[in-house]
Design a protein around this ligand. Sequence first.
Ligand SMILES: [Zn+2]
Length: 83
Amino acid sequence: MKKKNPNLFSFGKVYCSIFGHKLRVSKNVTDHIHEYQCAKCGMEMTDTANGFLARLTPKFKETNEYLAKIHRRRKGKSLAQAS
Ligand SMILES: [Zn+2]
């Protein structure tokens, strides 16, 4: 029952499994939380609130959008106070 389909594995995924993901920051959520995307296979990761790196699930995306909103608001406020 072994069927080998070469299209099943993209080169990027093979590369990543050998050399690891090549993560690039794709979005700054806050000063400490960033979203990353692998340049090789396109996998998305994110920093979490407790300092871990996790797969960017729709749930995390939602959380990040919320955090970014608060972050922008806070930043705007402190800038207004500083001037
Ligand atoms: Zn990758």
